[in-house]
Design a protein around this ligand. Structure first.
Ligand SMILES: Cc1ncc(COP(=O)(O)O)c(C=O)c1O
Length: 323
């Protein structure tokens, strides 16, 4: 039998993009292209006949579900952002729960004892470790400057090789953000996000993996925690959303809920860019539902590693003008 020769290592030539060598945060999980494809991976591997999904989530979650033609049923959440389970969960079905904003790890623990086939969507909770034996996925670009990439914990891997993703064509917003600023890269950001729609399951691109290996995760987690605690200290009295901030979390954003539906607009006018989670919720719910209220009035304040306490103070004083 003919042996294939190992590729020769190149020596010399131009320098490659220089990134600090380091370690990924989840080196033992399955590396994939997107969070939605991680869900597809779970659904394919486990063969569930039905899935329960929250009204309060991103509609891209439906992509693998409709592709695999799996019946789904929406469920509601309460004011603690936890599922209202007032129905019988069918056998051979699975139940998807989102660790909202990265502050619901205790709820995940509770649900894992109560629900047989729980799937945890940690797209908003990069720093919440997966619980042993629980199918859990992460989407990397919600926390770091990468255009794609996901991690998956699953008890049994699919026994086949998937093609390797390439991110090269989806980097323009990240490059523009450095040379031209965040606003100049925004339309590219949207287009590059759209390019993630309707892709097959692929392995994480080598470029994304290399960037994810160069990040100082301890520092990123520390800064998020610090910024989150600062905002909570000053805003908890005004925040309709009640949660325990003593836990050792590094959330995605600080979720501030108030009945003022114009607050987001006011902040955006002051160049504090806050997202709507999620626009599709307006289509899925009516105006009397709590999820509809959350989509309208929840203000996700940025707390990530780009910001120091001075930035938090500035954001706080801007917000306080409208309270
Ligand atoms: C809560 C939630 N889950 C899953 C996803 C899907 O992640 P990805 O875009 O990596 O497929 C998103 C957003 O896209 C999301 O907001």
């Amino acid at each position: 039998m003919q042996k294939t020769k190992p590729a020769l290592k190149t020596i010399g030539g131009y320098f490659e993009l220089q990134l600090s060598p380091g370690k990924e945060h989840y080196p033992d999980l399955v590396r994939l292209n997107t969070g939605r494809n991680a869900l597809e991976y779970i659904l394919k591997q486990k063969g569930y006949t039905k899935i329960y999904i929250p009204y309060f989530t991103c509609d891209v979650i439906l992509e693998p579900i409709t592709k695999l033609n799996i019946p789904y049923q929406f469920y509601s959440i309460n004011e603690k952002l936890e599922p209202i389970i007032d129905f019988e969960i069918e056998p051979h079905s699975c139940f998807l729960y989102t660790n909202y904003f990265g502050i619901k790890q205790e709820a995940v623990k509770g649900l894992s004892k109560q629900i047989k086939h729980l799937i945890v969507d940690n797209s908003q909770a990069f720093f919440s470790d997966p619980l042993p034996g629980l199918d859990t996925f992460y989407s990397c670009r919600k926390f770091f400057g990468v255009p794609d990439g996901a991690y998956l914990q699953i008890s049994k891997k699919i026994n086949r090789k998937f093609p390797v993703d390439s991110s090269i064509g989806r980097f323009s917003h990240l490059l523009k953000s450095i040379e031209l600023g965040i606003e100049a890269g925004y339309s590219d950001f949207k287009a590059n996000n759209d390019a993630l729609n309707n892709n097959e399951i692929k392995c994480m691109s080598p470029l994304t993996q290399k960037i994810l290996s160069s990040i100082d995760y301890e520092d990123c987690a520390r800064i998020r925690k610090r910024n989150f605690n600062f905002l909570h200290k000053h805003l908890k009295g005004h925040n309709e959303l009640k949660f325990n901030a003593k836990e050792d979390y590094s959330p995605m954003v600080y979720p501030f809920l108030s009945a003022d539906r114009d607050l987001k607009l006011h902040l955006i006018q002051k160049k504090i860019f806050v997202a709507t989670y999620w626009p599709n919720v307006f289509k899925w719910t009516n105006s009397k539902m709590y999820e509809n209220y959350l989509a309208r009035c929840l203000v996700p304040l940025p707390i990530d590693h780009r910001y120091n306490l001075q930035d938090m103070f500035l954001m706080l004083t801007t917000l306080q003008q409208f309270l």
